[in-house]
Design a protein around this ligand. Structure first.
Ligand code: CTP
Ligand code: MG
Length: 223
């Protein structure tokens, strides 16, 4: 998924095209996803916004990068995923949905997800413990401390079978659908397996995240 505009990141071009070790972030995401899947029959669909399709083609030509098939996304992540699902055939095939803004894909997370799905779960997600303290804002403007251990932070890739994901994305959009598991859950599928995520699967949201990812990748990026 790489059709976002990166409002919070706030650079001239969306964050997925920013430099990470000499090439756009998105090329690392695609390469790491290809490596983690390591399955010749796996196909990757790359979802871009309409205005960046030609730009991406130019980047691929310049870097000699073999692009996955392109799908044009929409105004929300939900719409972008939906557009990609239109190209995915019905059936029981596993479908990973991954944020282009998370370039560092961890092979062991992918293995854990596949194993959870093959054990019969409706979906599988990587999660991390929350490290900050958490507070809930109340309607009257006050707030209360909540039990941090009852919550976890959700990462991608998230894994579902094609049929379940396609069915869930037939439902009307709600702003609570911030990831794919929330969509599947609202469709009535409640057996969502949580697997251990990875510290490296950080999502680039703000500028400092790109620095962190570059450090993790062991390279320097041009600012
Ligand atoms: N995404 C997408 N289509 C959208 C919105 C988001 O494909 N209409 C993708 C982004 O490109 C990103 C992933 O979904 O890889 C996670 O979204 P997020 O981190 O929120 O990225 P942006 O929406 O681009 O950033 P912001 O919310 O700060 O504008
Ligand atoms: Mg967003």
């Amino acid at each position: 998924m790489a059709a976002g505009s990166g409002r919070r990141f706030g650079s001239q071009q969306p964050k997925q095209f920013c430099d990470l070790g000499g090439r756009p972030v998105l090329m690392t995401t695609v390469d790491m996803m290809r490596r983690a899947l390591a399955d010749a029959s796996a196909e990757i669909l790359l979802v871009l916004s309409d205005g960046f399709v030609d730009y991406w083609a130019g980047l691929c030509a310049r870097h000699g990068f073999d692009s996955p098939r392109i799908v044009v996304g929409g105004d929300t992540r939900w719409q972008s995923v939906r557009n990609a699902l239109d190209l995915i055939p019905s059936g029981k095939s596993p479908v990973f949905v991954h944020d282009g803004a998370r370039p560092l894909v961890d092979d062991s997370v992918v293995r854990r997800l596949l194993s959870a799905l093959s054990s019969g779960a409706h979906g599988a997600l990587p999660v991390m413990p929350v490290t900050d303290s958490l507070r809930q804002r109340l309607a009257d403007g006050t707030s209360i401390a909540v039990d941090r251990s009852a919550y976890c932070a959700v990462q991608t890739p998230q894994l579902f079978s094609a049929d379940i994901l396609k069915q869930a994305y037939e439902m009307p959009y709600s702003p609570l659908m911030t990831d794919d598991a929330s969509v599947v859950e609202m469709c009535g599928y409640d057996d969502i397996a949580l697997v251990e995520g990875s510290e490296s699967t950080l999502k680039i949201t703000r500028k400092a995240d790109l620095d962190t990812v570059a450090c993790m990748l062991g390279c320097h990026h041009k600012s």
